[in-house]
Design a protein around this ligand. Structure first.
Ligand SMILES: Nc1ncnc2c1ncn2[C@@H]1O[C@H](COP(=O)(O)OP(=O)(O)OP(=O)(O)O)[C@@H](O)[C@H]1O
Ligand SMILES: [Mg+2]
Length: 334
């Protein structure tokens, strides 16, 4: 059997705040296989970005990280800074949710792509220029050669995001961490970028963790999905099985809050209530206060993520009682 590209075990991130410690990521476990695209979904504030950043140890003290992130036989959470610098932006690239904060305002877009090409691919001069233009072109930026000389502020929001994608892909990474990579983009460009990611997955056997709010994007792009709630993974499954038969009441709620497609169009059913405060979590299942299936058992203690069917993990006590969903939801990506 192939070894996982990434093995995450008992990952915890604690952020001290004036009002108490915010436990943003709580005991997260998952594997990512080479060439696999894993979607990470969940409401705003569920801990997706904090999780992604912790995988390459981007948090600084006083933010605390524990657990292991095994990549290439090393635990990145315990690796030397030198090793991490080598891995980051090279073997593991990240597309940040906020393109402006990730781009360097005083270097041209061409220089920033060039930097990666030089450092990680050994390309210089004309060869680097040509490859940089090619990368911009791949992300759908018009007149890519001319745009290499522009600074990030001369790009629109959507173009910055694409420039960041070009920088991230320049090193031809083994693992791409993509935090809402297509959110600011219109549908045509979004499609183009997602197709590009899928092609690179084929060509480079690149693994991808794709954070997104958009379950349509998940259906279109991902092999597997991890659903995050209150800093924990509450369900992981293959895309089709998750969309057809969710095994966590929260996942069911997420899917029901999607607009149906075509003749299946039906009213949206938003999940009542709001996400939990990660500084003051209730003792039981964090979803219990909003859950229509809740029983006393759910409030008694936090249910662990268990394998409830082959390849399917759920932290819902009532996973067996949830209804299967008709093809409507599988159509979200169609
Ligand atoms: N630097 C920080 N200081 C304090 N709190 C933080 C910090 N970074 C994140 N948090 C908190 O950690 C929790 C998880 O945040 P995170 O950014 O991971 O959410 P998310 O799932 O990515 O949400 P979104 O979908 O809105 O991007 C939130 O409660 C957030 O307010
Ligand atoms: Mg985020």
């Amino acid at each position: 059997m192939t070894a996982p590209l990434l093995k995450v075990r008992d990952l915890n991130v604690r952020i001290p705040t004036p009002a108490g410690v915010l436990h943003a990521v709580r005991g997260v476990n998952f594997d990512l296989m080479p060439g696999e695209v894993l979607g990470l979904v969940g409401e705003s504030g569920s801990g997706k970005s904090v999780t992604l950043r912790s995988l390459i140890r981007l948090h600084r003290p006083p933010i605390g990280m524990t657990g292991t992130v095994e990549y290439g036989g090393q635990n990145l959470l315990a690796a030397s800074e030198a090793k991490l610098r080598d891995v980051r932006g090279g073997q593991i690239s990240m597309i940040f949710q906020e393109p402006m904060s990730a781009l360097n305002p005083v270097l041209t877009v061409g220089e920033q792509i060039g930097e990666n090409l030089r450092e990680h691919k050994g390309l210089r001069g004309r060869a680097a220029q040509e490859r940089a233009a090619e990368l911009l072109d791949l992300t759908g930026i018009p007149s890519p050669k001319a745009r290499l000389a522009d600074y990030p502020h001369q790009f629109s929001g959507g173009m910055r995001q694409r420039a960041m994608i070009a920088i991230a892909l320049a090193s031809e990474p083994q693992l791409l961490l993509a935090d809402e990579p297509t959110t600011a983009l219109d549908v045509t460009i979004q499609d183009q970028i997602l197709r590009l990611l899928l092609r690179l997955r084929e060509e480079l056997h690149m693994g991808v963790i794709l954070v997104t709010h958009d379950l349509g994007v998940v259906a279109q792009t991902c092999d597997r999905v991890a659903v995050m709630y209150g800093g924990r993974l509450v369900e992981t499954a293959g895309v089709n099985s998750l969309f057809h038969a969710p095994k966590h009441a929260y996942t069911l709620g997420l899917l029901r809050s999607l607009p149906g497609a075509g003749e299946h169009r039906r009213p949206l059913q938003p999940i009542p209530g709001g996400p939990p405060d990660l500084r003051f979590l209730p003792p039981g299942c964090p979803f219990a206060p909003r859950c229509e299936y809740v029983t006393d058992e759910c409030r008694a203690g936090e249910p662990p993520l268990l394998e409830v069917a082959p390849g399917r993990f759920s932290a819902c006590i009532h996973h067996d009682e949830l209804p299967a969903l008709k093809p409507t939801l599988a159509e979200v990506g169609a």
